[in-house]
Design a protein around this ligand. Structure first.
Ligand SMILES: Cc1ncc(COP(=O)(O)O)c(C=O)c1O
Length: 440
């Protein structure tokens, strides 16, 4: 991968791909050509097989689950499409299932084809229900590439000036504290250029909501996909502040929903029910695109307006795929597997932390795990070059994952992962870290 040692066939496809597709950051040109995706593995046209600990978080049930493929094929035979204004039984069955598994009173549903669209539906619901338009969201968050989603997102890459003004009233605050130590000491304060120092950010949601005065909604990922895990009590505090100031709470569970964090929804770890919950990615079982918005029944207040009038809003095939995916997650105990193996993975990574001085932090929930690589334990200086070196070394040994923020190895195995595969990945990481440290 990464333009290294490709065979002739792969190089030819990559060149042609680059000549047809619009170039865009972190997307095109591509790293390699995927040829096969099965279970926890992808294989490229060079014949290299990778344990996929990235999978865009769509592969909870593994790639190409036989039950899912069968259900999709049967649904295509039975009813391939439902034009607008016609109900479809599988879309209804999915709506019922989502309401059944969702926390609290999230009992009204809309489907879209992608997460970004679903986020924008959620924003429209919040505007209609509150009569306000402002939102509070986090810098560094990603909520999708559409204009509305990019406006509440906090990644510069998607908010570039080249696309012009974004939505007004989309206010941003610093994300929740990333680590609690080191505290900002007078000595550290004297080094203003010490970018890597992580300070507890005393964001008072109450303060921001009060000052803004007329905020429709706070929108956030309950556990940031980097990952960063919220400190205890954080979401309860935000929930209370939203209640006090008449703002809604929207949780984007597009990557974290359906068991990734070891509970069906990440917000269940914090015992907080949002007013609107957004799902996507793994909902289509890693085969079909479908996303969902779940809202409290009292937010069903704008029936005269078309919130999410999408062509595929009741597509029986994508709905059947989502329903079957949830059934597979339940029947195969995948949420429990994520909780158990995620805990094991964290324990083992913490042992590696004791061995490698370049591991600055290990954190995660379920199978959403991050290993932060640093040059210096005390000041936590990000080790971006080292992280890139480790990434390519791991790829060459058959482990694929994503680097986030330059130095966080983001490990998000599918929920079907086995302990032996986790052990193998830990061995590869250990070896590659040692090699990369020696090459420093
Ligand atoms: C937290 C979060 N929200 C929204 C999205 C957007 O989803 P989609 O790519 O389906 O539009 C993503 C995709 O990566 C995401 O990670």
């Amino acid at each position: 991968m990464g333009g290294k040692n490709h065979n002739t066939e792969t190089r030819a496809i990559l060149e042609e791909d680059a000549s047809y597709f619009l170039r865009q950051s972190v997307s095109s040109p591509c790293l390699s050509v995927v040829h096969k995706a099965e279970g926890a593995y992808i294989e490229d046209t060079n014949g290299r097989r990778y344990l996929d600990f990235h999978g865009n978080n769509v592969h909870h049930i593994g790639y190409g689950h036989p039950k899912l493929k069968k259900a999709i094929a049967e649904q295509m035979d039975a009813l391939p499409f439902a034009p607008r204004r016609f109900a479809s039984e599988s879309a209804l069955a999915l709506a019922k299932k989502l309401v059944e598994i969702a926390p609290g009173d999230l009992s009204k549903v809309l489907f879209t084809t992608g997460g970004s669209d679903a986020i924008e539906v959620a924003l429209k619901i919040a505007r209609a229900a509150t009569g306000r338009h402002k939102t509070i969201s986090f810098w560094d968050a990603f909520h999708g590439a559409g204009f509305g989603a990019a406006s509440v997102g906090g990644e510069q890459l998607f908010r570039s000036h080249v696309i012009g003004p974004l939505l007004s009233g989309t206010e941003h605050v610093a994300p929740f504290p990333v680590t609690v130590a080191p505290m900002v000491t007078p000595t550290l304060m004297e080094k203003p250029n010490l970018k890597s120092v992580r300070r507890p950010v005393p964001v008072s949601c109450d303060y921001v909501l009060e000052k803004e005065g007329d905020v429709a909604a706070v929108i956030a990922e309950p556990a940031r996909a980097v990952p960063y895990i919220p400190p205890p009590g954080y979401w309860q505090m935000v929930r209370q502040a939203c209640n006090d100031h008449g703002a809604l709470l929207i949780f984007d569970e597009i990557p974290t929903g359906l068991g990734k964090t070891g509970k069906m929804f990440a917000c269940e770890h914090d015992d907080v029910v949002p007013d609107i919950l957004v799902l996507g990615k793994a909902l289509g079982g890693g085969i079909l695109p479908i996303a969902a918005v779940l809202a409290k029944s009292e937010l069903d207040v704008a029936g005269e307006f078309a919130f999410g009038h999408y062509t595929h809003e009741k597509n029986p095939v994508t709905a059947k795929a989502a329903l079957t995916t949830i059934e597979i997650i339940e029947q195969e105990g995948l949420v429990e597997n994520a909780a158990e193996l995620g805990k094991y993975m964290l324990e083992q990574l913490n042992l590696l932390k004791a061995k490698h001085s370049t591991i600055g932090d290990v954190r995660g929930r379920g199978l959403l795990v991050g290993v932060e690589l640093v040059l210096n334990q005390e000041e936590k200086t990000p080790a971006n070059d080292l992280a890139e070196d480790v990434l390519y070394r791991c790829l060459s040994k058959g482990l694929s994952f994503k680097l986030t923020m330059g130095n966080v190895m983001t490990l998000t195995p599918p929920l079907i992962i086995k302990k032996a595969q986790i052990d193998l990945s830990l061995e590869i990481i250990d070896q590659c870290l040692s090699e990369a440290e020696q090459a420093l």
